[in-house]
Design a binder for this molecule. Sequence first.
Ligand code: PAF
Length: 198
Amino acid sequence: MVSLKVIKSIKEITNWGFSQPVILVPTMGALHDGHRKLIREGNAIKGNKGTLIVSIYLNPIQFNDPKDLDKYPRTFDTDYKVCEEEGVDLIFAPSDAEMYLNSSSVKVSENKLARELCGSKRPGHFNGVCTVVTKLFNLIKPKIAIFGKKDYQQLILIKDFIKERNLRINILGEDTIRESNGLALSSRNCLLTSEDKP
Ligand code: PAF
């Protein structure tokens, strides 16, 4: 069995000769069954010729609260196993130094939807998301990228942004998976106490 490839460097990912179509599932790791659903959809679409890539990158610039970033679960070894089980072809897991130059002052921003709903409580969050997603799309050049409908505002924002920038990437949204008590699966659920849960 060929072992699942992990690429950490920008040089390597940009020089890699992917077989087409390339399908990307962008994540911040701590993969759960909701991610498995996105990955399975990607696998079904790619057929036997394409390349299914999962990016695992905990993007610091989308966290407006440093404590939230500190607490965010980091589970790379388990994530690797999930990707292996689900037949992913490649994991892209860059470091912060690879993704952002020290002097980096350029951000991609959206100034309407990003200020509403969840964005109104998390200043800068969606600009951080748009910036990292732009980078991932530029590096990997996927034909299709798959996101969860759980983060519906994010999904709509990315779809609008693709149209606005004339990028030829098909953005798919997958349904939310829930626990039996109705709670949507999320990487942060492990931080909830039993009182926090429905
Ligand atoms: O939904 C997420 O996990 C993140 O916001 C994303 C899209 C991977 C960007 O960091």
